[in-house]
Design a protein around this ligand. Structure first.
Ligand SMILES: Cc1cc2nc3c(=O)[nH]c(=O)nc-3n(C[C@H](O)[C@H](O)[C@H](O)COP(=O)(O)O)c2cc1C
Length: 470
């Protein structure tokens, strides 16, 4: 098994010292919340300030936004020391970019089955297949992953191997499920780089002091469970609940459609669980759709069971909003939308429908799949009303069980291939949310059949094909 983190012995010695200092800081205080919110910082991506040192490249590949957030944090910390930083998603990194930067930090996650995030596809095809002379280049890779997947941190590993093969001096840190200990190591590694750069570039020019703890702590909000509604009474599948959370004394935190709510159980603070938010702030509450899950060995899923049956209406829970940039509307806000999903994946699609309806946009087509029409027509009345009122342009429901033929959303998609092509020609964007196996893979396959490999790749690279599949 691969350890939580991997570093060369030389760097380990340096990092070890820093860790001691870090531990002292940890003992003094846990996270210090006194900085601006991350979304404010995101706007602060202007080119770096002063300094004639060569810029550091900070590149990220992120599916659900964690690597991206960490990249923004590292950038902010370096810029606060007056260092020059180029912050880019990996799809904007070319051989020339690399040549222009003697040092780089990479923050990359692994998704699918050992794959790179969707937006990194072009980088994988165009850069990782090339030979680029990186002799003398120094890199540090933060590989986000989850040990429960077979190909643990596979994309980070691939990147690390490529950098090393090009002659770069590269080290990497693997992070299992955002493990705090591995992230502290990363923080120490970046702090060490900052010190090196300050020594190189400034010599006598003192930079502003920077705190050792610079990773922004996640800002949680205390929500109260106002209502819990079973959406699929009588279903043979796992119970699916709608949970409506409100805040008591403060304002609702801000989020956009497509974002996630992250929950840490008191019994397992190291591992956060993410849920798609089904509502928008204008609804006045944060709504989740949660399936009561059972593990392969028959034991109940800890977090889902606590949410579905353990906590009582009126109980409080700390939730952190996670910006999910790769699944937000972004530039697609005014495009026709094709929304495809199944089961609890309706949550991620609902928030987009609600955001668009609130903005007076009705050009959206929902394709949704479940098991039995009699018991699994989740929020069916709401969807029918939207259709009647012109808030949805099309609604296709696919039932995989019941009296008729087994039908999945990908089957409906194939039957509607001509309609799909027309929508895409008119500029539509495609959003897929729900289970990866079966639905996500099946839909991807059918989209490739209809639009071609190249057609789908172009859509993906331009942000018009976005997935939140799990
Ligand atoms: C659908 C899905 C597939 C994943 N596949 C893998 C995988 O194959 N290997 C791995 O190490 N981690 C995998 N992960 C875990 C992610 O890499 C991990 O959650 C990471 O912190 C996400 O970072 P991001 O938000 O920047 O994308 C997967 C996560 C999801 C949701």
């Amino acid at each position: 098994m691969m350890p939580d983190w991997i570093l060369s012995p030389a760097r380990l010695a340096g990092v070890g010292g820093l860790l001691v200092a870090y531990a002292a800081l940890c003992a003094r205080v846990a996270w210090t919340v006194r900085r601006q919110r991350l979304d404010v910082l995101r706007d602060n991506d202007a080119p770096a300030a002063a300094g004639d040192s060569p810029a550091v490249l900070v590149a990220y590949a992120s599916q659900t936004g964690q690597a991206e957030s960490l990249a923004h944090e590292a950038t902010r910390m370096l810029r606060e020391s007056d260092l020059r930083v180029t912050l880019l998603p990996v799809d904007a990194v070319t051989a020339n970019t690399l040549g222009a930067h003697p040092r780089s930090l990479w923050l990359v996650s692994t998704t699918g089955e050992g794959d790179a995030p969707d937006h990194a596809l072009g980088f994988v095809q165009n850069v990782l297949t090339e030979r680029v002379d990186l002799t003398g280049h120094e890199a540090l890779v933060l590989a986000l992953g989850d040990r429960e997947y077979r190909h643990y941190c596979a994309f980070g590993e691939r990147l690390q191997q490529w950098l090393t093969a090009q002659g770069a001096k590269s080290e990497w840190i693997c992070v299992d499920n955002m493990s705090c200990s591995a992230l502290r190591l990363w923080q120490s590694g970046v702090s060490a780089l900052r010190q090196e750069l300050l020594c190189d570039a400034q010599e006598s020019r003192p930079g502003p002091p920077v705190e050792e703890e610079w990773l922004l702590p996640p800002e949680a909000t205390i929500f109260r469970l106002a209502r819990r509604t079973l959406l699929n009474a009588g279903s043979q599948g796992g119970a699916l609940y709608q949970l409506d959370f409100v805040v008591n004394d403060s304002d609702l935190p801000h989020w956009q459609s497509g974002d996630l709510a992250s929950l840490c159980l008191p019994a397992d603070p190291e591992h956060a669980r993410d849920y798609s938010i089904a509502s928008i702030p204008a609804d006045g509450e944060l709504q989740l759709l949660v399936r009561q899950s059972t593990r392969a060995d028959g034991s109940p899923g800890v977090a889902s069971n606590w949410l579905c049956t353990g906590m009582n209406v009126g109980d409080s829970v700390a939730l952190t909003i996670r910006q999910h940039s790769s699944f937000r509307l972004g530039d697609n806000a005014n495009r026709p939308l094709i929304l495809i999903g199944n089961g609890s994946g309706l949550a991620g699609l609902l928030s987009h429908m609600r955001a668009r309806i609130a903005g007076g946009q009705g050009e959206q087509w929902l394709l949704f799949g479940e098991r039995y029409p009699a018991h699994d027509a989740i929020l069916g009345e709401q969807l029918r009303q939207w259709m009647q009122r012109g808030r949805l342009a099309r609604l296709d429901l696919a039932w995989s069980r019941g009296s008729g033929e087994r039908t999945y959303v990908q089957d409906v998609l194939l039957q509607q291939a001509d309609v799909l092509k027309t929508w895409v020609e008119r500029g539509a964007a495609i959003y897929v949310c729900g289970s990866r196996q079966g639905m996500g893979q099946g839909v991807h396959h059918v989209l490739t059949q209809i639009l071609g490999d190249e057609g789908l790749r172009v859509l993906s690279q331009s942000g018009r094909y976005r997935r939140d599949v799990y």
